[in-house]
Write a protein that binds this ligand. Structure first.
Ligand code: NAD
Length: 366
């Protein structure tokens, strides 16, 4: 198969971790006879430096022409980088919001999987972890509070601000359908998270999700209030399979779910629209504190490339090959700095490696 991939290396550790994901994709191409063509796209701080804009129309056009986009990470240190002296709509992060909107990427998928080899990094008690957990957070990405009308104004001599949380039934239906489709390939359970006891938008959310569920009789659907969901994630994460939720709740819950897995460097993500197109990126940021040191963990980006193979190119066995290779590398005791055992813990059989070595070790096992 001939696959056209837009590549946004971005800022900070972005170029380092993307290089390893490309190495792994090329290894897959070699082994399974696929051709991966890469088109370099500028976005974020590096685009500001080159063009004055975090995302140009030309970059959007390049992304639209690709079958999928692989993104490293964008942004710098907000305390020291000159990018953060610019108005908000000219900063690196505006590029990310812009590309999501331009490509209509309404469904954000973040798997939270606890690797048994990294159980030590999980902050939860052993009896809570049990045999581990494996969930997929489905977050609506282009509606709700982050895109609604907002204003800051003076009212009777006091400053007042408001934001609007609004969804229409079509926006809810399309993410619900995506979630149920994905749950069908997993453990067939969807937990829809809302605040239906207070919010009108949540009551509509619940109604539409129930309508969609009628077409999926094999799926067990439950509704959970967001405050309870935040508690249940740390009390009993094993109960979840697919968590379906709106933009802001998903923003918060997906970070919480990430933390209970232990390392940001292991967490992939995908943002999809109604076609096969997707934007695939690690969940972490540009990690300016470790950029250029060759120590960043490339696994989240490599797992994001595996998600690309699975969701955009329907290459399940190739995606499995990458995931199995990562498991083997972890079984063999190789760790980047972020997934090393905590100080004072047993390090027998554990070898610390850098970004490039981790990429090579994964390629060797494909
Ligand atoms: P961050 O995720 O970049 O870093 C948080 C901590 O996690 C740091 O200690 C970092 O060293 C560590 N870390 C992150 N990824 C790692 C990896 N692959 N391997 C090892 N350690 C890793 O979050 P932050 O410091 O809050 O943000 C830094 C910059 O990244 C900001 O400009 C922020 O806006 C941006 N950001 C970008 C994205 C994106 O591109 N999608 C997402 C989040 C943050």
């Amino acid at each position: 198969m001939n696959c056209n991939i837009g590549v946004i290396r971005g800022d900070g550790i972005g170029p380092e971790i993307v290089a390893e994901a490309i190495k792994v994709l090329d290894k897959i191409g070699e082994k399974y006879s696929h051709t991966f063509n890469y088109d370099e796209i500028l976005m974020g701080g590096c685009s500001i430096d080159a063009t004055g804009e975090p995302l140009t129309e030309g970059a959007i056009e390049q992304a639209k022409k690709a079958d999928a986009v692989l993104l490293g990470s964008i942004g710098g240190d907000p305390k020291t980088s000159p990018w953060y002296k610019l108005p908000a709509d000219k900063r690196p992060e505006a590029g990310l919001l812009g590309i999501r909107k331009a490509l209509n990427l309404f469904a954000n998928l973040r798997p939270a999987y606890l690797y048994p080899q990294l159980k030590e990094a999980c902050p939860l008690r052993d009896d809570i972890i049990g045999d581990g957990f494996d969930m997929m957070i489905m977050r609506e990405l282009t509606g709700g509070l982050y895109f609604g009308k907002r204003e800051t104004k003076e009212v009777n001599g006091k400053t007042e601000a408001y934001d609007t949380l609004s969804y229409n039934e079509d926006e809810i239906r399309r993410i619900a359908i995506r979630s149920f489709d994905i749950a069908m390939k997993r453990s067939k359970k969807v937990t829809s998270v809302d605040k239906a006891n207070v919010l009108d938008s949540s009551r509509l959310w619940r109604k539409v999700v129930e309508e969609v569920a009628v077409d999926y009789p094999e799926i067990t659907l439950e509704h959970m209030l967001v405050d309870n969901a935040a508690m249940q994630l740390v009390k009993d994460p094993k109960q979840f399979d697919v968590i379906l939720t709106e933009n802001m709740f998903g923003d918060i819950l997906s970070d919480e779910a990430s933390m209970v897995t232990g390392s940001i460097g292991m967490l992939s993500s995908a943002s999809l629209n109604e076609t096969k197109f997707g934007l695939y990126e690690p969940s972490g940021g540009s990690a300016p504190d470790i950029a250029g040191k060759g120590i960043a963990n490339p696994i989240a980006t490599i797992l994001s490339a595996a998600m690309m193979l699975r969701f955009t190119f329907d290459m399940d066995k190739e995606a499995d090959a990458i995931e199995n290779a990562i498991n083997k590398v972890l079984d063999d005791g190789y760790r980047t700095i972020d997934i090393m055992p905590a100080p004072g813990k047993d390090t027998t059989g554990i070898t610390r490696v850098g970004t490039k070595e981790m990429g090579d070790l994964i390629c060797d096992r494909i």
